[in-house]
Design a protein around this ligand. Structure first.
Ligand code: PEP
Ligand code: MG
Length: 746
């Protein structure tokens, strides 16, 4: 019986393929498909409903229902049985449709006479396109074989829709990937960009869906899977030392050897699909599941399966990453996710980046920030929607992406870019002017950096030096621990590029969100409060010592400034400084040049350090407030957690009062103090920080212009008076009063 069914199924698919091969308009093709399907399945009705917009389905073709209802009958997502199939992406199979939950009677279609109903979603790679329905008068449930057959037809329909076979009149039959789309995501890096789409992983398009010779297709599939297994095994052998990569590859191997996966694809082939269509059908179902799964581990596994399917599809269709397309001059990179190394390979040629996944603290986001490339993350279905070469506008400030924007959006967006460009011109004109507030107070503005690629910004931004050089980026973007000589060469190049300006190197700050790909991850319940930064450096001093040596060698007699991250108590600083002293002694013994001057400082990132003994403030040569961490610990609000990370204002009176306490202690001991968290780069925050006595700020290079522009127009004493008054009046945050003051005064 199964054999009989398989040949029926193959026959239907063969007829579908012939229909596609005929020259016909989109509507005629859809009509033919409903006719063929109803005929082959022995049902009185077959109907195709497609989305005309995100919320509305439209009856686009029918065999058996009233033909006048075509393009007239519409339903909202979730409405009626068809809407239910669409909303949940799940099959509805009932012998008594009028009694089924959610049934909605559509008089114009004349459907009340039909009792049985089978609806399957039409979806491609997790994206919902419509619903395919068969109905019959006889009250019966459809068999698993029949359901399966209808699913295969739905899959073919989805592919054909993607290929633009059904294009016709009306919104439901418009060609895909031609309409403007607005995608909302989250800001990964601020800034705006206009350009054209460059897909990191070009989509594989399956054009031959149906095959006559199942034996041959099975062979093709087996060969492709075998080749894949071998390549995964080879990769695994290479990745033996690299635990994270090895884990992913193990998962690949598990899928490549999975009998269930293989069996389902072979069944699809028996029923008439080509090998690649069978792979894509599995992939589509995995994607649909992925959209519903919230468990992080399971999502990752489904993603592994998705990646594996992509590899197989490339193998079977011969479509590689190299599609022959030329990268546009103004590329906006689109990817589901991307590693920091791959992103660095693209480098500064990218105008913008849009990711379907990612997180604010991901390594890719860190690199995008370092390269100052606008980045939007969590941008819904962008990899399904965008085609290479599409016009695209990325608003990193708002976390919004306009794909194929219409004229009004284009002109509004360009206006915004033009205004930003004007502001940039203004900033350029003051670039080489030292930052002196209107009251005459000098405020030093430095930049944060972490990559060689950042260094040209020293000149273009007018920064006075590098207030924070995050050394971990060099460790994060590699596949293995860098060697001392490599690091020394790199740090030397940083110092060369700084042309004598001060560079403050921060020793390795790993742990928490920054996990090195080649180090065993620690399963910690609260990584932000865990074994990180200087704690790792002191417990396992090998890397710290190697890094300190590299820094001393790089200085090669020049002045050197080094600070330790995340120091929570005096003792930690003393121990870390002792490591530096030992390294210095060793260099002397080896006869190497030692720095002309050596400053050793600490980052103040935990509230505890603000209350350290007087001796600490006397001994430490400089302090830099890491506002990002300090704020998260002050308010007990995770900086990575979207729900809480913006909940508390930096200009909250309690936080400012706390910062003032640190300023006072440093003033008493004459300790050099600066602030290098993200808030230093926000103009309003920056003037308030300066007003309470923080006269050295370090920020992203792009922020220096706007911060300087505002600082030069305010008298810090006046801002201070506004802050004090707001505090006296019991305000929670000084933001409102300071904004009012700026509005009135400037
Ligand atoms: C900070 O915590 O403010 C800081 C500058 O360090 P990072 O953002 O690298 O943790
Ligand atoms: Mg920090």
């Amino acid at each position: 019986m199964a054999d009989g069914f398989e040949s029926e199924s193959r026959k239907l698919l063969g007829r579908l393929r012939d229909t596609m091969a005929e020259e016909a308009a989109g509507q005629a093709r859809l009509d033919k498909i409903t006719h063929l399907t109803a005929d082959s399945m022995g049902t009185e009705v077959c109907s195709i409903y497609l989305f005309r917009d995100d919320e509305t389905l439209e009856l686009c073709a029918t065999e058996g229902l009233n033909p006048d209802a075509v393009h007239q009958t519409r339903m909202r997502l979730g409405e009626g049985l068809v809407g239910r199939v669409a909303r949940f992406g799940k099959i509805v199979n009932t012998a008594d449709a009028p009694q089924a939950k959610g049934f909605r009677y559509m008089p114009e279609t004349g459907e009340e006479i039909y009792s049985s109903f089978l609806g399957v979603p039409i979806q491609r790679l997790g994206e919902k396109l419509g619903v395919l329905v068969v109905q019959s008068k006889e009250a019966r449930e459809f068999t698993p074989d029949e359901i399966y057959a209808l699913e295969v037809v739905a899959m073919v329909l989805a592919e054909m829709t993607e290929l633009g076979v059904f294009v016709g009149e009306g919104a439901a039959l418009t060609a895909r990937h031609t309409q403007p789309a607005l995608l909302r995501g989250t800001t990964g890096q601020e800034g705006t960009a206009e350009g054209h789409v460059w897909l990191h992983e070009p989509r594989v398009v399956v054009t031959n869906l149906v095959a006559d010779d199942p034996e041959r297709e099975r062979e093709r599939l087996t060969e492709a899977v075998e080749a894949l297994r071998i390549s995964v095994d080879e990769l695994l052998a290479d990745a033996s030392g690299d635990s994270e990569q090895a884990q992913v590859l193990q998962a690949y191997r598990m899928f490549a050897n999975s009998k269930g996966w293989m069996r389902r694809m072979e069944e699809d082939i028996s029923r008439g699909l080509s090998a690649e269509a069978a792979v894509e059908k599995e992939q589509s179902q995995a994607r649909a599941r992925m959209n519903q799964v919230t468990d992080a581990y399971l999502r990752e596994r489904l993603q592994d399966l998705d990646d594996l399917s992509n590899r197989l599809l490339r193998n079977l269709t011969g479509q590689g990453r190299e599609t022959g397309a030329d990268m546009p001059d103004d590329p906006i990179l689109i990817a589901r996710n991307i590693g920091p190394g791959e992103l660095l390979d693209y480098g500064r040629k990218l105008r913008g980046i849009v990711l379907e996944e990612g997180s604010v603290g991901s390594h890719a986001a860190i690199v995008a920030r370092a390269l100052a490339i606008p980045l939007v993350i969590h941008a819904g279905r962008i990899t399904n929607e965008a085609l290479n070469g599409d016009h695209i506008m990325v608003d990193g400030d708002q976390g919004v992406v306009h794909l194929r924007p219409d004229d009004t959006v284009v002109s509004a967006f360009r206006e915004k870019i033009a205004m930003q460009a004007k502001a940039l011109e203004r900033y350029a004109s003051i670039r080489d002017t030292p930052c002196v507030a209107a009251c005459g107070t000098r405020v030093e503005l430095h930049m944060n950096a972490g990559l060689m690629a950042d260094l040209p910004s020293l000149t273009s931004s007018g920064a006075e030096g590098v207030g924070l050089f995050r050394t971990e980026l060099q460790f994060l973007v590699r596949n293995q621990m860098p060697r001392r000589t490599e690091l020394a060469a790199l740090y030397a190049r940083v110092l060369d590029a700084a042309l004598g300006r001060r560079v403050v190197f921060r020793t390795l700050d790993i742990g928490s969100d920054k996990v090195l790909p080649y180090m065993k991850p620690n399963d910690e319940p609260n990584p932000a409060l865990g074994w990180r930064a200087i704690r790792v450096g002191l417990d396992k001093p090998g890397v710290l010592r190697m890094q300190l040596q590299a820094l001393l060698r790089a200085a090669d007699g020049r002045p050197l400034s080094v600070m330790f991250p995340f120091v929570a108590q005096f003792e930690e600083f003393r121990k870390a400084r002792a490591e530096m002293e030992k390294a210095l002694e060793r260099e002397k013994i080896l006869g190497h040049a030692i720095p002309e001057t050596l400053e050793v400082g600490a980052m103040l990132e935990t509230p505890s350090l603000a209350f350290a003994p007087q001796q600490f403030f006397e001994e430490v040569q400089f302090l830099s407030i890491g506002g990002n961490d300090l704020k998260q610990f002050f308010f007990a609000a995770d900086r990575e957690n979207e729900r809480v990370r913006r909940r508390y204002d930096t200009l909250n009176v309690s936080f400012l009062t706390f910062l003032e306490g640190i300023v006072d202690r440093c003033r008493d001991t004459g300790t050099r103090l600066s602030f290098c968290g993200e808030d230093a780069g926000r103009p309003i925050e920056a003037i308030c920080l300066a007003a309470i006595g923080l006269h050295s700020l370090s920020m992203r290079p792009a922020s220096i212009g706007p911060v300087k522009h505002l600082l030069m127009r305010v008298k810090l004493g006046e801002v201070r008076a506004v802050i004090d008054e707001a505090r006296d009046q019991g305000h929670q945050s000084v933001r409102g009063p300071v904004m009012n003051f700026l509005r009135d005064k400037i």
